[in-house]
Design a protein around this ligand. Structure first.
Ligand SMILES: [Zn+2]
Length: 163
C-alpha cells in the first residue's frame, strides 16, 4: 500500500492520479482516540519542476475521535480541496507520497476535538459549559496546595540545616 512516483517518467503537464486507500493507510495506533473510519480519497496532479515534485489536488477522509468535553465519540470529515506540497528530489529514485499525505492530513485534525465541531452529524456537546461554569478557584486550588506543601518542605529543610 503506497503511492510511489517515478520522477523520471512524469509527463510535462504532470501526472494525474486518483483513487482510494484503506483507513489503515493512516497507521493510527489502535489505542489512539482518533481513528480513520473511511478510505482516503485522493485526486492529485504530480508535476516535476526540475529538482522538485509539485503535488496539488484534493484529499478526503472521515475520522472518528473523542470529544475532549463529554468524552463521547463523534465523526469528523476532513476535506482538503486545495492541497499542495513540494517535495525536493534527492535523486532520481521513486518517491513515496504516503508519508507526506498521511502527515499533511493528520495535521489538519483538531488538537482538542469537540463534538459540536464535528461536521458529519451536527450536535451540541452535552457537557458544554460545565467546565466554564465551575468556579476558577476549584481549578487553581490544587496547584496552590501543592506549592504550599513544597514551600513548607523547603522551610523544614532549612530549619534542619540550622539546627
Ligand atoms: Zn462533546
Amino acid at each position: 500500500m503506497n503511492l510511489k512516483i517515478d520522477p523520471r517518467g512524469l509527463p510535462d503537464d504532470g501526472l494525474d492520479i486518483e483513487g482510494t486507500l484503506p483507513p489503515s493507510f493512516f497507521e493510527l495506533p489502535p489505542t489512539d482516540l482518533t481513528q480513520a473510519i473511511s478510505k482516503l480519497e485522493y485526486a492529485l496532479n504530480i508535476l516535476r519542476d526540475s529538482g522538485d515534485l509539485i503535488i496539488t489536488g484534493s484529499l478526503a477522509a472521515t475520522f472518528e475521535m473523542e470529544c475532549g468535553r463529554c468524552t463521547e465519540r463523534f465523526q469528523h470529515r476532513i476535506e482538503i480541496d486545495d492541497y499542495s506540497q513540494e517535495i525536493e528530489l534527492e535523486n532520481e529514485e521513486l518517491v513515496d507520497l504516503t508519508t507526506w499525505l498521511r502527515e499533511d492530513i493528520l495535521l489538519t485534525l483538531p488538537t482538542y476535538p469537540r463534538c459540536e465541531n464535528g461536521n458529519v452529524q451536527p450536535r451540541e456537546c452535552p457537557a458544554e459549559g460545565s467546565f466554564d461554569d465551575a468556579p476558577k478557584s476549584v481549578i487553581i486550588e490544587p496547584h496552590q496546595a501543592e506549592d504550599k506543601a513544597v514551600w513548607e518542605a523547603l522551610d523544614q529543610l532549612k530549619n534542619l540545616k540550622r539546627n
